[in-house]
Design a protein around this ligand. Sequence first.
Ligand SMILES: Cc1cc2nc3c(=O)[nH]c(=O)nc-3n(C[C@H](O)[C@H](O)[C@H](O)COP(=O)(O)OP(=O)(O)OC[C@H]3O[C@@H](n4cnc5c(N)ncnc54)[C@H](O)[C@@H]3O)c2cc1C
Length: 266
Amino acid sequence: MYTTNYHRASSVDEAAALYAKGTDAKYLAGGHTLLPVMKQRLTAAGDLIDIAKIPALIGIEASGDTLTIKAATTYFDIMHSQDVKRTIPAIAHLTSVLGDPAVRYRGTIGGSVATNDPAADYPAALLALKATVKTNKREITADEFFQGLFMTALDDNELITAISFPVPEKAGYAKMRNPASRFALTGVFVAKLKGGEIRVAATGASQNGVMRVGVIEDALKSNWSASALDNIKVSDDGLMADIHGTSDYRANLIKVMAQRAVEAAG
Ligand SMILES: Cc1cc2nc3c(=O)[nH]c(=O)nc-3n(C[C@H](O)[C@H](O)[C@H](O)COP(=O)(O)OP(=O)(O)OC[C@H]3O[C@@H](n4cnc5c(N)ncnc54)[C@H](O)[C@@H]3O)c2cc1C
Protein backbone atom coordinates (compact mmCIF):
# COMPACT_ATOMS: atom_id res chain seq x y z
CA MET A 1 0.00 0.00 0.00
CA TYR A 2 1.25 3.49 -0.88
CA THR A 3 0.80 6.45 1.42
CA THR A 4 -0.41 9.55 -0.38
CA ASN A 5 -0.96 12.94 1.23
CA TYR A 6 -3.67 15.06 -0.38
CA HIS A 7 -3.33 18.86 -0.42
CA ARG A 8 -5.74 21.38 -1.89
CA ALA A 9 -3.89 24.50 -3.06
CA SER A 10 -5.62 27.85 -3.18
CA SER A 11 -3.03 29.69 -5.30
CA VAL A 12 -0.42 28.90 -7.93
CA ASP A 13 2.39 29.90 -5.56
CA GLU A 14 1.02 27.69 -2.81
CA ALA A 15 0.75 24.78 -5.25
CA ALA A 16 4.36 25.22 -6.38
CA ALA A 17 5.57 25.46 -2.76
CA LEU A 18 3.66 22.31 -1.76
CA TYR A 19 5.11 20.51 -4.76
CA ALA A 20 8.65 21.65 -3.94
CA LYS A 21 8.54 20.31 -0.41
CA GLY A 22 6.54 17.17 -1.27
CA THR A 23 7.80 13.65 -1.89
CA ASP A 24 7.20 12.35 -5.42
CA ALA A 25 4.73 15.20 -5.70
CA LYS A 26 2.20 15.39 -8.50
CA TYR A 27 -0.37 17.97 -9.50
CA LEU A 28 -3.95 16.74 -9.64
CA ALA A 29 -6.47 18.49 -11.89
CA GLY A 30 -9.50 16.54 -13.20
CA GLY A 31 -7.90 13.24 -12.18
CA HIS A 32 -9.17 11.37 -15.23
CA THR A 33 -5.69 10.35 -16.30
CA LEU A 34 -3.67 10.50 -13.09
CA LEU A 35 -6.02 8.60 -10.78
CA PRO A 36 -6.59 5.58 -13.10
CA VAL A 37 -2.83 5.37 -13.65
CA MET A 38 -2.25 5.46 -9.88
CA LYS A 39 -4.92 2.80 -9.35
CA GLN A 40 -3.13 0.58 -11.85
CA ARG A 41 0.09 1.08 -9.81
CA LEU A 42 1.81 2.54 -12.87
CA THR A 43 2.70 5.65 -10.89
CA ALA A 44 2.55 6.77 -7.29
CA ALA A 45 2.49 10.15 -5.58
CA GLY A 46 3.70 10.83 -2.07
CA ASP A 47 1.98 14.20 -2.21
CA LEU A 48 -0.96 15.02 -4.47
CA ILE A 49 -1.44 18.75 -4.97
CA ASP A 50 -5.00 19.46 -6.09
CA ILE A 51 -5.04 22.52 -8.36
CA ALA A 52 -8.63 22.15 -9.59
CA LYS A 53 -10.08 24.89 -7.38
CA ILE A 54 -7.38 27.55 -7.75
CA PRO A 55 -9.34 30.64 -8.87
CA ALA A 56 -6.46 31.96 -10.99
CA LEU A 57 -6.49 28.74 -13.03
CA ILE A 58 -10.18 28.79 -13.92
CA GLY A 59 -11.87 30.86 -16.60
CA ILE A 60 -12.00 31.84 -20.26
CA GLU A 61 -11.17 35.24 -21.75
CA ALA A 62 -11.64 36.44 -25.30
CA SER A 63 -9.97 39.74 -26.00
CA GLY A 64 -8.93 41.18 -29.35
CA ASP A 65 -7.56 38.38 -31.46
CA THR A 66 -6.80 35.97 -28.62
CA LEU A 67 -8.79 33.33 -26.78
CA THR A 68 -7.26 32.37 -23.44
CA ILE A 69 -8.41 29.30 -21.53
CA LYS A 70 -7.00 28.89 -18.05
CA ALA A 71 -5.51 25.51 -17.24
CA ALA A 72 -7.99 24.09 -14.72
CA THR A 73 -11.05 25.06 -16.77
CA THR A 74 -13.12 21.93 -17.35
CA TYR A 75 -14.10 20.61 -20.75
CA PHE A 76 -17.74 21.14 -19.76
CA ASP A 77 -17.16 24.86 -19.23
CA ILE A 78 -15.16 25.14 -22.46
CA MET A 79 -17.75 23.45 -24.68
CA HIS A 80 -20.54 25.65 -23.28
CA SER A 81 -18.58 28.92 -23.30
CA GLN A 82 -20.12 31.62 -25.50
CA ASP A 83 -16.64 33.16 -25.88
CA VAL A 84 -15.28 29.89 -27.26
CA LYS A 85 -18.26 29.34 -29.56
CA ARG A 86 -17.97 32.87 -30.89
CA THR A 87 -14.20 33.03 -31.42
CA ILE A 88 -13.10 29.45 -32.19
CA PRO A 89 -16.18 27.23 -32.53
CA ALA A 90 -13.93 24.34 -33.62
CA ILE A 91 -12.60 24.17 -30.05
CA ALA A 92 -16.13 23.96 -28.65
CA HIS A 93 -16.85 21.14 -31.12
CA LEU A 94 -13.58 19.31 -30.32
CA THR A 95 -14.44 19.45 -26.63
CA SER A 96 -17.98 18.19 -27.19
CA VAL A 97 -16.64 14.99 -28.81
CA LEU A 98 -13.91 14.41 -26.21
CA GLY A 99 -14.53 11.47 -23.87
CA ASP A 100 -17.93 11.09 -22.23
CA PRO A 101 -19.98 13.32 -19.90
CA ALA A 102 -18.10 12.19 -16.78
CA VAL A 103 -14.73 12.98 -18.39
CA ARG A 104 -16.00 16.33 -19.62
CA TYR A 105 -17.30 17.35 -16.18
CA ARG A 106 -13.95 16.81 -14.46
CA GLY A 107 -11.20 16.80 -17.11
CA THR A 108 -9.25 19.98 -17.76
CA ILE A 109 -7.43 21.48 -20.72
CA GLY A 110 -4.25 21.82 -18.66
CA GLY A 111 -4.33 18.15 -17.68
CA SER A 112 -4.80 17.10 -21.29
CA VAL A 113 -1.97 19.28 -22.59
CA ALA A 114 0.40 18.26 -19.75
CA THR A 115 -0.29 14.57 -20.44
CA ASN A 116 0.18 14.78 -24.23
CA ASP A 117 -1.49 11.43 -24.84
CA PRO A 118 -0.81 10.47 -28.50
CA ALA A 119 -4.56 10.09 -29.12
CA ALA A 120 -5.74 13.17 -27.19
CA ASP A 121 -7.72 15.86 -28.98
CA TYR A 122 -6.35 19.13 -27.61
CA PRO A 123 -2.73 18.73 -28.77
CA ALA A 124 -3.98 18.85 -32.39
CA ALA A 125 -5.82 22.11 -31.74
CA LEU A 126 -2.82 23.72 -30.04
CA LEU A 127 -0.43 22.71 -32.80
CA ALA A 128 -2.67 23.74 -35.69
CA LEU A 129 -3.66 27.04 -34.10
CA LYS A 130 -0.09 28.00 -33.08
CA ALA A 131 -1.18 28.27 -29.47
CA THR A 132 1.03 29.32 -26.58
CA VAL A 133 1.28 27.33 -23.36
CA LYS A 134 1.67 29.66 -20.38
CA THR A 135 3.24 28.29 -17.22
CA ASN A 136 4.16 29.69 -13.82
CA LYS A 137 7.68 30.17 -15.24
CA ARG A 138 7.47 31.05 -18.97
CA GLU A 139 5.60 30.87 -22.26
CA ILE A 140 6.14 27.93 -24.63
CA THR A 141 4.95 27.73 -28.23
CA ALA A 142 2.97 24.62 -29.18
CA ASP A 143 5.69 23.80 -31.73
CA GLU A 144 8.21 23.51 -28.89
CA PHE A 145 5.86 22.10 -26.27
CA PHE A 146 4.91 18.69 -27.69
CA GLN A 147 8.01 16.52 -27.77
CA GLY A 148 6.81 12.96 -28.45
CA LEU A 149 4.67 10.31 -26.78
CA PHE A 150 3.60 11.67 -23.39
CA MET A 151 6.61 14.03 -23.56
CA THR A 152 6.39 17.79 -23.20
CA ALA A 153 8.72 20.73 -22.64
CA LEU A 154 7.49 21.09 -19.03
CA ASP A 155 10.18 21.02 -16.36
CA ASP A 156 9.70 19.37 -13.00
CA ASN A 157 7.35 21.49 -10.88
CA GLU A 158 6.32 23.62 -13.84
CA LEU A 159 2.60 24.31 -13.74
CA ILE A 160 0.57 25.19 -16.83
CA THR A 161 -1.51 28.25 -16.00
CA ALA A 162 -3.28 28.93 -19.33
CA ILE A 163 -3.37 28.23 -23.05
CA SER A 164 -3.75 31.15 -25.43
CA PHE A 165 -5.00 30.68 -28.97
CA PRO A 166 -4.77 33.26 -31.74
CA VAL A 167 -8.28 33.53 -33.20
CA PRO A 168 -8.03 32.08 -36.74
CA GLU A 169 -9.85 33.06 -39.88
CA LYS A 170 -11.25 29.51 -40.12
CA ALA A 171 -10.76 26.28 -38.22
CA GLY A 172 -12.34 22.85 -38.08
CA TYR A 173 -11.85 19.53 -36.31
CA ALA A 174 -12.97 16.04 -37.29
CA LYS A 175 -12.29 12.84 -35.44
CA MET A 176 -12.85 9.12 -35.91
CA ARG A 177 -13.52 8.02 -32.36
CA ASN A 178 -12.45 4.77 -30.86
CA PRO A 179 -15.95 3.63 -29.81
CA ALA A 180 -14.68 2.08 -26.57
CA SER A 181 -12.29 4.72 -25.23
CA ARG A 182 -13.63 7.75 -27.15
CA PHE A 183 -10.01 8.80 -27.82
CA ALA A 184 -9.12 9.66 -31.41
CA LEU A 185 -8.40 6.71 -33.65
CA THR A 186 -7.36 9.65 -35.78
CA GLY A 187 -8.37 13.29 -35.45
CA VAL A 188 -7.40 16.23 -37.65
CA PHE A 189 -7.53 19.93 -36.82
CA VAL A 190 -7.25 22.34 -39.77
CA ALA A 191 -6.67 26.07 -39.39
CA LYS A 192 -6.39 29.04 -41.70
CA LEU A 193 -4.72 31.64 -39.51
CA LYS A 194 -5.20 35.37 -39.89
CA GLY A 195 -2.55 36.38 -42.42
CA GLY A 196 -3.23 33.23 -44.46
CA GLU A 197 -0.94 30.59 -42.92
CA ILE A 198 -2.44 27.09 -43.18
CA ARG A 199 -1.67 24.59 -40.43
CA VAL A 200 -2.96 21.04 -40.14
CA ALA A 201 -2.30 18.76 -37.18
CA ALA A 202 -3.24 15.11 -36.67
CA THR A 203 -3.61 13.18 -33.44
CA GLY A 204 -4.02 9.46 -32.83
CA ALA A 205 -1.96 8.69 -35.91
CA SER A 206 1.78 9.11 -35.44
CA GLN A 207 4.05 6.88 -33.37
CA ASN A 208 5.56 10.11 -32.12
CA GLY A 209 2.39 11.84 -30.93
CA VAL A 210 0.68 14.84 -32.44
CA MET A 211 2.09 15.89 -35.84
CA ARG A 212 1.74 18.44 -38.62
CA VAL A 213 0.64 17.10 -42.02
CA GLY A 214 2.67 18.98 -44.62
CA VAL A 215 1.16 17.33 -47.70
CA ILE A 216 -2.32 18.47 -46.66
CA GLU A 217 -1.15 21.95 -45.67
CA ASP A 218 0.44 22.36 -49.13
CA ALA A 219 -2.74 21.29 -50.91
CA LEU A 220 -4.94 23.61 -48.85
CA LYS A 221 -2.61 26.59 -49.40
CA SER A 222 -3.60 26.87 -53.03
CA ASN A 223 -7.19 25.72 -52.61
CA TRP A 224 -8.98 25.75 -49.24
CA SER A 225 -11.57 23.09 -50.02
CA ALA A 226 -12.22 19.46 -49.18
CA SER A 227 -11.97 18.54 -52.87
CA ALA A 228 -8.39 19.86 -52.97
CA LEU A 229 -7.49 16.75 -50.98
CA ASP A 230 -9.24 14.25 -53.28
CA ASN A 231 -6.02 13.11 -54.95
CA ILE A 232 -3.68 13.50 -51.98
CA LYS A 233 -1.93 10.45 -50.61
CA VAL A 234 -0.72 10.64 -47.02
CA SER A 235 2.29 8.43 -46.35
CA ASP A 236 1.96 5.85 -43.57
CA ASP A 237 5.65 6.17 -42.62
CA GLY A 238 5.89 6.50 -38.86
CA LEU A 239 2.17 6.00 -38.27
CA MET A 240 0.82 3.72 -35.55
CA ALA A 241 -0.42 0.22 -36.29
CA ASP A 242 -2.35 -1.62 -33.58
CA ILE A 243 -5.46 -3.72 -33.01
CA HIS A 244 -7.61 -0.68 -33.80
CA GLY A 245 -6.17 0.08 -37.22
CA THR A 246 -3.21 -0.40 -39.55
CA SER A 247 -0.84 2.44 -40.40
CA ASP A 248 -2.29 2.54 -43.91
CA TYR A 249 -5.81 2.87 -42.50
CA ARG A 250 -4.70 5.75 -40.30
CA ALA A 251 -3.00 7.44 -43.27
CA ASN A 252 -6.31 7.32 -45.14
CA LEU A 253 -8.17 8.54 -42.04
CA ILE A 254 -5.91 11.61 -41.89
CA LYS A 255 -7.03 12.57 -45.38
CA VAL A 256 -10.72 11.83 -44.79
CA MET A 257 -10.78 13.61 -41.40
CA ALA A 258 -8.97 16.59 -42.93
CA GLN A 259 -11.64 16.81 -45.64
CA ARG A 260 -14.40 16.72 -43.03
CA ALA A 261 -12.59 19.30 -40.92
CA VAL A 262 -12.27 21.67 -43.89
CA GLU A 263 -15.97 21.22 -44.64
CA ALA A 264 -16.79 21.98 -41.00
CA ALA A 265 -14.57 25.06 -41.07
CA GLY A 266 -16.36 26.38 -44.16
C1 LIG B 1 -12.95 7.15 -20.18
C2 LIG B 1 -12.02 8.25 -20.64
C3 LIG B 1 -12.16 8.72 -21.92
C4 LIG B 1 -11.30 9.74 -22.38
N1 LIG B 1 -11.44 10.18 -23.67
C5 LIG B 1 -10.65 11.16 -24.12
C6 LIG B 1 -10.79 11.66 -25.43
O1 LIG B 1 -11.66 11.26 -26.21
N2 LIG B 1 -9.94 12.64 -25.84
C7 LIG B 1 -8.99 13.16 -24.99
O2 LIG B 1 -8.25 14.05 -25.42
N3 LIG B 1 -8.83 12.72 -23.76
C8 LIG B 1 -9.64 11.73 -23.28
N4 LIG B 1 -9.49 11.30 -22.00
C9 LIG B 1 -8.44 11.88 -21.15
C10 LIG B 1 -9.01 13.11 -20.45
O3 LIG B 1 -9.02 14.14 -21.39
C11 LIG B 1 -8.18 13.51 -19.25
O4 LIG B 1 -9.03 14.29 -18.47
C12 LIG B 1 -6.94 14.33 -19.54
O5 LIG B 1 -6.03 13.58 -20.30
C13 LIG B 1 -6.22 14.75 -18.28
O6 LIG B 1 -6.87 15.85 -17.72
P1 LIG B 1 -7.17 15.89 -16.18
O7 LIG B 1 -7.61 17.28 -15.87
O8 LIG B 1 -8.07 14.78 -15.83
O9 LIG B 1 -5.70 15.69 -15.55
P2 LIG B 1 -5.17 14.79 -14.36
O10 LIG B 1 -5.53 13.36 -14.57
O11 LIG B 1 -5.53 15.40 -13.07
O12 LIG B 1 -3.60 14.99 -14.59
C14 LIG B 1 -2.96 14.39 -15.70
C15 LIG B 1 -1.47 14.75 -15.66
O13 LIG B 1 -1.32 16.14 -15.97
C16 LIG B 1 -0.65 16.81 -14.89
N5 LIG B 1 -1.30 18.12 -14.81
C17 LIG B 1 -2.62 18.38 -14.69
N6 LIG B 1 -2.84 19.70 -14.75
C18 LIG B 1 -1.63 20.29 -14.89
C19 LIG B 1 -1.19 21.64 -15.02
N7 LIG B 1 -2.06 22.68 -15.01
N8 LIG B 1 0.12 21.89 -15.17
C20 LIG B 1 1.00 20.87 -15.20
N9 LIG B 1 0.67 19.56 -15.07
C21 LIG B 1 -0.64 19.29 -14.93
C22 LIG B 1 -0.87 15.94 -13.68
O14 LIG B 1 0.16 16.11 -12.72
C23 LIG B 1 -0.82 14.56 -14.29
O15 LIG B 1 0.50 14.15 -14.50
C24 LIG B 1 -10.32 10.28 -21.52
C25 LIG B 1 -10.20 9.80 -20.20
C26 LIG B 1 -11.05 8.80 -19.76
C27 LIG B 1 -10.91 8.31 -18.35
